[in-house]
Design a protein around this ligand. Sequence first.
Ligand code: SF4
Ligand code: SF4
Length: 421
Amino acid sequence: MAEVYNWHLGRPIAYVYPETHPQKQFAAVFNINRCIGCQTCTGACKATWTFSKGQEYMWWNNVESKPYGSYPKYWDVKILQKLDEAHQAAGKTAQWDPTTGEQAPYGTYNGMTITEAAATLNIGEQALGYLPPDNEWSAPNFYEDTSTKYKGGTLGLSPEGAALPVHQTWFFYLQRICNHCTYPACAAACPRKAIYKRPEDGIVLIDQARCRGYRKCVEQCPYKKSMYRGTTNTSEKCVACYPRVEGNDPLSNGVPMETRCMAVCPGKIRMNGLVEIGEDGTWAKDLQNPLYYMIREEKVALPLYPQFGTEPNIYYIPPRWAPRPYLRQMFGPGVDDAIARYTAPSRTLLALMQLFRATQTMIFRFEIEEGPLVFETEKEGQPWQMYDDTVIGFDAKGREVVRLSVVEPLHELPQERLNSI
Ligand code: SF4
Ligand code: SF4
């Protein structure tokens, strides 16, 4: 085992291959608070990539209703349980040291990752995992819109009513694609070395010519985002719409564009891009890159189950209304700060968030032109101001591709265009 640095966990971790890093990393932010569960992303991905025979149960993008929904069924409960059992067997606890630093933005995880647990238990695998049986792949949206049960109070809600931040009755949508992990468990598991991480953009792909369908990737990806196709005896996974990311799609105008699932989202919850990777393998500081700003500077978006240790590259703005212990288990100890920042966004963050789904073109840089103060209130007992700033997004070639104001412009139709109905 080599030692590599995992900044999500704030410490070096064990991984089968030594430290190598792409020049840029494919990444995205999903704002859970805005998702309407319409599955347009799921349908767009399916219609683009996995519509053929043998791919019937292959949902590279899926949206599950938490806490009960999951695809394949129980994926996160099962791997969390295995990790918990491994800690018990080893007499260890999975605690976070809350002291944060530049390369430990959420603190330091002192528990075992799935790779470290497999080594400690000496199970002869690269990582803890399991192969879901066929029936667990058969219902991609089981428990859709199913909430937790009422726990009393008027109409089953809390005596304070439905005020945020926490509801007694709750569910939320969790949008899932392959995380194009920095330390992919799928690649570590593959005995054929058929899975690789592209040096130019960090996208993780399966070489279909090398794959022999051993399903080790399916077994050891903790997110269960590698899927087996019986008609070809190979495994397949999300390809991050790489022709679009390369700027080779006919629509892309020669510059990187967002993936299909990101670009179609009516809820405008997704922003996709590429971040620069520094010499030491961590993200190079770039406060004008929208993803860097949200993830590293404001820490408003967090990785999914960072404790697995693969350093996933899809980040989530956690839902404001779900119980914090549940969210801390899912997104790590940065949850409370992230929700506080989202609830009372800084002037820059509020303007930046207007860029979600404003264009299909990947935004590499943003600028803000300051506008007037338009609204003042109190949030969480603190004064908060809203400004009608203008945010401008630039593509990979530095060209302006989008310009939006915080206050949506109001256009009044002239009398002769009014609808007579
Ligand atoms: S999410 Fe799973 S399939 Fe995707 S890169 Fe990470 S380990 Fe591999
Ligand atoms: S398309 Fe957007 S809003 Fe609809 S389910 Fe997907 S992520 Fe949510």
